[in-house]
Design a protein around this ligand. Structure first.
Ligand code: ADP
Ligand code: MG
Length: 821
């Protein structure tokens, strides 16, 4: 054991150990010896990693440039090396790493090797510590040099006098290859001769001491020995303690590391699970993307298809439009030509306009004339009292029409109220009525004339309208009508409500309706839900006012209710009868409308009645033809109709006694026949020759009612007023014809000019329509394109999301692999 700590005494940090016999450590740089012997012993001195050095003087030194080496690297520093001795600069360079030096051509024999080391700051390894394990090979064997040295920074160190020998080959090699640590050698000096071995005896036994490792004899005093041992023991105990503490620390660290590793593993597991989820998500996303892509492909193909269709449609439309435009221009050209070809068109137009003006004037005059005529006519009627008789002839029925039709009625002067009846072939009798309706006149025409009489009930008049005639001549048709072709009853009540509504600000009306039937001189309530306990009787409640106690008097608010009541009555008429038509033709149906009016301005109140009567058939039956019930019926009808005739003629002759009470019918109608009341009779006739007898009978009765018998002779004796009116009517007819002709002319001309205009207008409309269609389609196209680009954008976004997700997944994988490794 060598004492490397001689300079620093007890400092254990500066311990050194050298295990080669004869060698020693010196903690300073090279000092040249003054003895020439020493100088002569130096064979080779190389500056490892450095240049050649030479120092002249009494102790001349020569250091060769770095040679004889194999491998290793050069280290150099400008730092000062402490205790550099006579050659401090050799310690500023070194060879390091894996290398060896081989000195050749040396004369065989023993040599000593000095190795110069230096700590060079900021080289590899901890500051100030070097571990050398140097093998020096000589001819015979491998000798081992162990150097353990701790030195200060930038301090020179020499391991001196390592014994080596050169064989016959004259080679000495100093090998630093495979050495533990990082040997850094600044210089090597080969000296001739083996180092001197100094054997020292110990103070106690006087024996020499050998190194435990290499059995080299070492020089040691007893005190030194003890101190060294104690120092070593203390040092090692301290080191053991430190090591234990370090071990504990490391254990803790290990535990912590283990824990963190577990946590990391758990984290890793989590990450892995997440990764799996992400993988799955990615997979589903991928699938979704594939689907989306497919969808997109479909959409885009559909879009492409649609687009092509649209384009084709637009092309088609454009083509059509072009064709229409050219057609239009052609037409307008033609129109111009047409206009040009009629030079007098403008004159014609003005002529037409003047004609229209004339026509308007004439029309106005005509209307005025008609008004005047109406007034005169009304005056005429007024002059005749309050009984009006309208004659209505039904059309031939199917049966009559199919056989050879023989009509006995003539309507040549029907407009003047004249009805011609052919008696016995050629003999024609003229009947005069207030109105004569031909089979062609409809319900509206009839009601138009009847309405002023009917609606006078609202002005406080009692009114009676009845239809008289042979069965099958249209009494029920005129009064009731059908649902599609309603008669006087419904139309009257409808109009009453309308007028009442119009007048509601000044007059309030209460309208109630009852429906009665007179059969075999008995009164029956058609609105009663159950048969009455006793017979219905007519009572006089006050002067001129009759009433049937116990009769249902339905208050009606609107026309719908009226229709229901009329239907109820009509249906009830049939109940209890085997032959509906038969029964109805043998009874009188009487609708009584009572109007209570209150004038809201004057406070005046009125109560008036309107009777609408569909009489039983007036045909007379031969007494031999009927018996029993039928005879009774016939007698009843005969009685009531005769009574009606008697009452009316008494009224016409202004007789002092009016025989109302002769029948239930006249008794019921008492307050509405005669006096201030207004009466309107429809005499219904058949055109057929077969019914001539009954027709003549009915017409005679009607004439009696009307109070004025007009035969052919009496016709002559018409008043001058009538003559004047006839003349006026002729004039009016002429004017009418002229106006009609003018109108026709105007219409033809207007039609001609208008048809051209209309044609070009319709073409223009078509063009506009097509243009609109084109615009719409273009809009739709744009809309579709927008949608497509939107879908593209969406797809791109999805792709981006997918890409970023893929990136994420990759980074996760990398992280996971990294953590696992
Ligand atoms: P009445 O009540 O007098 O016995 P109806 O009113 O029952 O006669 O008429 C007998 C038939 O003749 C019915 O079918 C009716 O529709 C038809 N009729 C009567 N008058 C006309 C007319 N002016 N136009 C068309 N058909 C009519
Ligand atoms: Mg009838």
């Amino acid at each position: 054991m060598g004492d490397g700590g001689s300079d620093t005494g007890e400092d254990p940090m500066l311990d050194s150990l050298i295990c080669v016999a004869g060698s020693s450590i010196k903690r300073s740089g090279f000092i040249a010896s003054h003895s020439s012997d020493e100088r002569e012993r130096r064979v080779i001195f190389v500056n490892a990693g450095g240049e050649e050095l030479r120092r002249q003087g009494h102790s001349e030194i020569e250091v060769e440039t770095d040679r004889f080496f194999q491998g290793g690297d050069v280290l150099r520093t400008d730092e000062e090396v402490a205790d550099g001795g006579d050659l401090p600069s050799i310690y500023q360079s070194a060879r390091c790493g894996n290398f060896c030096y081989e000195f050749r051509d040396l004369p065989p024999g023993d040599y000593s090797v000095d190795l110069h080391f230096a700590e060079i700051v900021y080289t590899n390894g901890p500051r100030g510590m070097r571990v050398f394990n140097v093998f020096i090979q000589d001819e015979k064997a491998v000798s081992e040099l162990d150097v353990y040295s701790i030195v200060g920074a930038n301090r020179a160190l020499q391991v001196m006098n390592i014994p080596v020998s050169a064989g016959k080959d004259g080679v000495v090699s100093v090998n630093f290859q495979g050495v533990v640590g990082s040997p850094t050698v600044s210089g090597i000096c080969i000296k001739q001769g083996a180092p001197e071995l100094q054997l020292v005896s110990s103070g106690r036994d006087g024996k020499s001491l050998l190194c435990d490792n290499c059995f080299a004899p070492v020089k040691l005093t007893a005190a030194e020995n003890k101190a060294a041992r104690m120092s070593f023991t203390a040092k090692y105990e301290r080191e053991i303690r430190e090591l234990k503490a370090q071990c504990q620390m490391k254990q803790d660290e290990c535990y912590e590391a283990w824990m963190s590793l577990t946590a990391a593993n758990q984290e890793l597991e989590k990450v892995r699970a997440e990764l799996d989820v992400k993988f799955f998500q990615n997979f589903t996303l991928g699938q979704a993307m594939e689907k989306e892509t497919e969808k997109m492909a479909k959409i885009s193909s559909k879009y492409e298809h649609d687009r092509r269709l649209w384009v084709a449609a637009i092309d088609e439309l454009e083509r059509k439009m072009k064709a229409i435009k050219s057609e239009h221009s052609q037409l307008s050209f033609e129109a111009h030509q047409c206009a040009n070809s009629i030079p007098g068109l403008n004159q014609m137009v003005t002529a037409v306009q003047s004609l229209v003006g004339q026509y308007d004037d004439l029309k106005m005059k005509f209307n005025e004339e008609q008004e005047r005529r109406k007034k005169l006519y009304n005056q005429l009627l007024e002059s005749k009292g309050n009984i009006r008789v309208f004659c209505r002839c039904r059309p031939l029925n199917m049966e009559e029409a199919s056989s050879r039709p023989q009509t006995v009625v003539e309507f040549t002067d029907a407009k003047d109220g004249d009805l011609g009846v052919l008696m016995n072939g050629s003999n024609k009798k003229i009947y005069k009525f207030d109105r004569v309706y031909t089979p062609k006149d409809d319900q509206c025409d009839v009601f138009e004339d009847a309405s002023p009489v009917a609606t006078s009930v609202l002005d406080g008049y009692n009114v009676c309208i009845f239809a008289y005639g042979q069965t099958g001549t249209g009494k029920t048709f005129t009064m009731e009508g059908t649902e599609q072709n309603r008669g006087v009853n419904y139309r009257t009540l409808e109009l009453l409500f309308k007028i009442a509504e119009d007048r509601k600000k000044t007059i309030s009306y209460d309208i109630s309706v009852s429906v009665l039937e007179v059969y075999n001189e008995q009164v029956r309530d058609l609105l009663a839900s159950s048969p009455p306990a006793k017979r219905l009787e007519i009572k006089q409640v006050s002067e001129g006012v009759n009433h049937v106690p116990g009769v249902v008097d339905m208050k009606v608010e609107n026309v719908d209710e009226v229709w229901n009541i009329l239907q109820t009555g009509s249906n009830a008429r049939a109940v209890g009868s085997n032959n509906v038509n038969g029964h109805s033709s043998r009874s009188h149906c009487m609708i009584c409308t009572v109007v209570r009016a209150k004038n809201l301005v004057t406070g005046e109140c009125t109560r008036s009645k309107l009777w609408l009567v569909d009489l039983a058939g007036s045909e007379r039956l031969a007494k031999t033809d009927v018996q029993g019930e039928r005879l009774k019926e016939a007698q009843s009808i005969n009685k009531s109709l005769s009574a009606l005739g008697d009452v009316i003629s008494a009224l016409a002759t202004k007789s002092s006694h009016i025989p109302y009470r002769n029948s239930k019918l006249t008794h019921l109608l008492q307050d509405s026949l005669g006096g201030d009341s207004k009466t309107l009779m429809f005499v219904q006739i058949s055109p057929s020759e077969h019914d001539l007898g009954e027709t003549v009978s009915s017409l005679n009765f009607a004439t009696r009612v009307r109070g004025v018998e007009l035969g052919p002779a009496k016709k002559q004796s018409d008043t001058t007023e009538i003559q004047k009116l006839k003349l006026m009517l002729c004039q009016l007819k002429c004017k009418d014809d002229t106006i009609r002709k003018l109108e026709e002319n105007v219409q033809v001309l207007e039609g001609k000019t208008k048809s051209k205009e209309q044609f070009s207008k319709s073409q223009q409309d078509k063009i506009i329509d097509l243009e609109n269609q084109v615009e719409l389609k273009a809009e739709l196209c744009g809309h579709l394109e927008k949608r497509l680009s939107h879908v593209y954008e969406k797809m791109q976004r999805k792709e981006e999301a997918c890409y970023s997700f893929q990136q994420k997944v990759i980074s996760f994988i990398i992280l996971a692999t990294f953590q696992r490794s």
